[in-house]
Ligand binder design. Structure first.
Ligand code: AMP
Ligand code: MG
Length: 350
């Protein structure tokens, strides 16, 4: 099963990845309305299920191994669906292993430090998945589109002069390289929304009373800068997609498809880390055996010495049966079929 899923997820996300060094022009290279029409909605459900399963399983192993951490950076314009994506994709995961950090307009204290400071303070620990709802990439996006924000950062003249964006790209790449070298995988997702879909979603926020709280007139006014943002995103993607931390561009006009994509990218990242439950050493095994003997000796008259053992055996049998049952076989077949469809689509330039 693990193999079928790995292949499916890897194949599915391939077309979303920005090749390191590629020159990206968003409008030309990535369609926000894309939803792989050769896949049926049922195929989408199969991929999402595989993704959610893998995430739950591998997150538990990641936490147990306590060696690697994962940092997920979510970037997007307003109403692209960052919040909903986090809610849906992480639904199967143990909340103890996940921490979400949202970044807003920086505080006075934050502006008193270097521009990466506030992000560094929220990095996940080993065994954890940290999600940045907006991230250090705001420092080359909103700050680039609105030069007055850069002015507020109290930088020395040389640091805000010519070449500031090229320098920031290089600094961010180096920072992520440093994190990767130290056991922290950075997964970067850009939810790519069209201007028309954003208009519709803003109107929904205006029209539906329970969505009013989410609407901000300032967000709508920001549409004036749409072109500037597209240019800033394109430059960001061209300059900061690296071998150690590539960008994924997620088509965001169809929410269900965006969630399938995000779940697949995250699951794939965890599969690449392939965390393992720690092995117990000989001394500890000896310890366990002695404790077992003691506990078994305490069994009351007539009770089985180790009822837990029987439970485990029964569970293992059940799991084996589940792996071999008709439904699981059908699921694997479906995955194989989707992988074939993806390969065909790729050959014919989809
Ligand atoms: P939201 O995430 O929609 O609640 O809004 C957060 C706001 O904070 C957005 O308008 C962002 O543009 C803004 N913001 C996030 N990071 C920065 C930053 N580094 N500098 C200035 N504004 C920021
Ligand atoms: Mg907002």
């Amino acid at each position: 099963m693990a193999d079928a899923r790995a292949k499916l997820l890897a194949q599915f996300i391939e077309s979303l990845r920005v090749e390191p060094g590629a020159e990206v022009k968003l409008a030309k290279d990535f369609d926000p309305g894309y939803k792989a029409s050769f896949l049926k909605k049922k195929d989408g459900a199969t991929i999402l299920q595989a993704g959610v399963e893998v995430l739950a399983e591998y997150q538990a192993r990641l936490a147990a191994q306590d060696t690697w951490g994962v940092l997920v950076c979510l970037q997007a314009l307003d109403a692209a669906g960052k919040d909903g994506t986090i809610r849906h994709v992480m639904s199967g995961v143990n909340p103890q292993g996940v921490r979400v950090s949202s970044f807003k307009v920086p505080s006075a204290e934050e502006l008193d430090h270097d521009y990466l400071w506030r992000y560094a303070r929220r990095l996940p620990g080993r065994g954890e998945i940290g999600i940045f709802n907006r991230s250090h990439y705001e420092e080359v996006l909103v700050v680039r589109v609105h030069p007055e924000l850069l002015a507020r950062q109290k930088l020395p003249a040389a640091a805000r002069g010519t070449g500031v964006w090229a320098r920031r790209y290089a600094e961010i790449n180096d920072w992520e390289r440093f994190l990767a070298d130290n056991g922290f995988k950075v997964v970067k997702l850009f939810l790519n929304l069209s201007k028309e879909e954003q208009r519709i979603r803003f109107l929904r926020r205006v029209d539906l009373p329970e969505k009013n709280w989410k609407f901000s007139a300032a967000d709508a006014r920001e549409r004036k800068y749409w072109g500037d943002y597209q240019a800033a995103f394109s430059e960001m993607l061209s300059n900061t997609s690296t071998e150690w931390a590539p960008w994924y561009v997620i088509p965001a006009d169809h929410k269900w498809f965006a969630r399938v994509c995000v779940s697949a990218v995250l699951a794939h990242a965890l599969m690449e880390i392939d965390p393992r439950y720690p092995k117990v050493d000989a001394a500890r095994q000896q310890d366990l055996a002695e404790t077992k003997a003691l506990l078994e000796a305490e069994a009351p008259k007539g009770a089985a010495p180790d009822p837990a053992r029987a439970e485990l055996t029964a569970r293992a049998k059940e799991e084996q049966a589940a792996k071999e049952n008709k439904q699981a076989r059908k699921q694997r077949k479906r995955m194989k079929r989707i992988v074939e469809k993806l390969a065909e689509a790729k050959q014919s330039g989809r």
